[in-house]
Write a protein that binds this ligand. Structure first.
Ligand code: SF4
Ligand code: SF4
Ligand code: FES
Length: 231
C-alpha cells in the first residue's frame, strides 16, 4: 500500500514536499510512520506518546480530516498532513504551545469556590467534557481560525462550560465575561469540532449552552445586536 506524506523542513529547499511511501498492510498510521522511520527515512518527524488513543499527541490530518495517527488505519493513496493553525516544526510535528495560551485567554478554570468536594452524581454531569485530552483535532477542524487566529476555539470553550456547570463554581459571571470577545459569538455552530473529537465531546453543544448562560447575564450576539433592519 502507498500513502502520501507532507514533509516540511525550513532548512531544506524546497521546504515543502509531498512524498509517496510504501507501507505494509494492517498497520495503524502511527505504526506505519514508525515503520518508515525505522526502515526508510530516519528524518521523518512526527509526535507520538501512548500509542493507544489516550495522550492526544499524535494528531494529523488525513485527506483533510483530523485523526489520531495511533487510532487510524491507512487506506491506499491517503494524504497525511500536519494539523492546521499550528506552527509546523517539521513534517507532521506541530507546536502546541498556543493551546496553553488559549486556555489561559479563555480563563478556563474554577474562578471562585469555597466548596472542595462534589458528589459522584454531580461529577457525572461534566464527565464527558472532563475527558478532553487537548489533542487539538477540534482546533484544526474549526473554520473560524482561518479568519480569526484569536478565536478561543472549541476545546477551551468546552472547558469553560465544564467549569460553569461545576456546582463548586460560585463566580459563573467571571467565566462568562471572559468568553465574550473572540469567544461564544464567533463560533458558526458548524459542528466540525464535534465531528472529529475522538472522545465523543460535543463542543458545539457546549458553546450553545454557554450562549444561553451568557444571555442570562445580559450578553447577546454582537453581530445581531448591531444589525440595522431599517425599521
Ligand atoms: S462549531 Fe464552532 S467551534 Fe466548532 S468547529 Fe464550528 S465554528 Fe469552530
Ligand atoms: S474537545 Fe475533543 S477534539 Fe478537542 S481537544 Fe478535546 S479531546 Fe481533542
Ligand atoms: S500516541 Fe497517544 S493518542 Fe496517539
Amino acid at each position: 500500500m502507498h500513502i502520501k506524506i507532507a514533509r516540511f523542513d525550513a532548512h531544506r529547499s524546497p521546504a515543502h514536499a509531498t512524498v509517496d511511501v510504501g507501507i505494509p498492510e494492517g498497520l495503524t498510521l502511527l505504526q506505519a510512520l514508525l515503520h518508515i522511520k525505522a526502515t526508510a527515512d530516519p528524518t521523518l518527524t512526527f509526535k507520538a506518546g501512548c500509542r493507544s488513543g489516550i495522550c492526544g499527541i499524535c494528531g494529523v490530518r488525513v485527506n483533510g480530516r483530523e485523526e489520531l495517527a495511533c487510532a487510524y488505519k491507512p487506506n491506499e493513496g491517503d494524504l497525511v498532513e500536519p494539523l492546521q493553525y499550528h506552527r509546523v516544526m517539521r513534517d507532521l510535528a506541530v507546536e502546541k504551545k498556543s493551546i496553553e495560551e488559549t486556555l489561559g485567554n479563555a480563563a478556563a478554570w474554577l474562578h471562585h469556590s469555597r466548596q472542595t468536594t462534589i458528589s459522584v452524581e454531580e461529577e457525572k454531569r461534566t464527565e464527558v467534557q472532563s475527558d478532553c485530552m487537548l489533542c487539538a483535532l477540534c482546533y484544526s477542524a474549526c473554520p473560524v481560525f482561518a479568519v480569526n487566529e484569536n478565536f478561543l476555539g472549541p476545546f477551551a470553550l468546552t472547558r469553560v462550560y465544564r467549569y460553569t456547570a461545576d456546582p463548586r463554581e460560585e463566580d459563573i459571571k467571571s467565566a462568562i465575561d471572559a468568553i465574550q470577545s473572540n469567544g461564544v459569538w464567533d463560533c458558526t455552530l458548524c459542528g466540525a469540532c464535534t465531528a472529529v473529537c475522538p472522545q465523543g465531546i460535543d463542543p458545539k453543544m457546549d458553546i450553545t449552552q454557554l450562549r444561553s448562560t451568557s444571555a442570562q447575564f445580559g450578553y447577546g450576539d454582537p453581530n445581531f445586536m448591531t444589525m440595522n433592519f431599517g425599521f
